[in-house]
Design a protein around this ligand. Structure first.
Ligand code: PGA
Length: 270
């Protein structure tokens, strides 16, 4: 079964030179031993590096993604500092991350904002990795599932919108081909703390069931785990069939650890 290992580079690396060095190592490794099969690799550089990275990975087994798009405009407009879905797609990215917890925390992203972003992305044929996850306090209060249902309401609302007006290049019936969910407990991001594999698998099953309940014509969704995934723990996550891949932050900034995670998923899912 196809799995996915996605590197979310966040506001890294600091220079164009460092970006190119990291990419040189990744491209050399995939050209040499094809570590990606059956694991799809993707990298999400900062918007300033997106066009150059997308250009360099074109025709290779690595895909490129933006880390975010503007909520305000599907195309051009007076939105200082924003990048539209169309610009991101034109820069060569085929995917965008949306709703990362750092965007929710530092930029106050709400479901309303995310519905606009999801609509713009899908209408520009830009595939989406939608991040969801509970905070430590919500985890401690056993509110994880309730929080996830609330965050997944964006997908439900998008589906409801599609039945009212046909505004998307991507049709509701094949949404699972264009939308991946990344379950990232906020308390596990960058902390070295991880939930147990059993907990993650149960949560992934719950996410898949929740999405299926929105529309029974949808195919099963790909659900990734994210939060302190590294070369040492990747194999244990990869071994569980409910975990379809990983969204990786810190460990994606070194080619050795990112490729080790890819290899773990590649061998577990082959
Ligand atoms: P981390 O970040 O792997 O550094 O915990 C994951 C993420 O934020 O996507």
């Amino acid at each position: 079964m196809q799995s996915w290992v996605i590197g979310n580079w966040k506001q890294n690396p600091a220079t164009n030179n460092d970006v190119n060095m990291l990419l040189d190592q990744l491209l050399a490794a995939v050209a040499k031993d094809g570590v990606t099969t059956p694991c799809q690799l993707m990298v999400a550089p900062s918007c300033v590096h997106l066009a150059s990275v997308s250009g360099r990975v074109q025709g290779t087994p690595i895909l490129s993604a933006a880390q975010d798009i503007s909520a305000h405009s599907g195309s051009t407009g007076a939105y200082t500092g924003d990048c539209s879905a169309q610009q991101v797609a034109d820069a060569g990215a085929t995917w965008t991350i949306l709703g990362h917890s750092e965007r929710r925390q530092y930029h106050r992203e709400t479901n309303d904002t995310l519905l606009q972003k999801l609509t713009h992305a899908l209408s520009q044929n830009l595939n989406v990795v939608l991040c969801i996850g509970e905070t430590q306090a919500q985890y401690d209060a056993s509110e994880t599932f309730a929080v996830l249902v609330e965050q997944l309401a964006v997908v439900k609302d998008w589906l409801a919108q599609q039945s009212l007006e046909s505004i998307s290049a991507i049709q509701a019936s094949n949404l699972a081909e264009h939308l991946i969910i990344a379950y990232e407990p906020v308390w596990a991001i960058g902390t070295g703390k991880v939930p147990t594999v059993t907990e993650v698998a149960a949560t992934h099953d719950y996410i898949k069931q929740t999405l299926a309940s929105f529309n029974n014509n949808l195919a099963e969704f790909t659900v990734l785990y994210g939060g302190s995934v590294n070369a040492d723990n990747a194999a244990s996550f990869a071994a569980n069939p409910a975990i379809n891949g990983a969204l990786v932050g810190g460990a994606a900034l070194k080619s050795e650890s990112f490729l080790a995670i890819a290899k773990a998923f590649s061998s577990a899912k082959s």
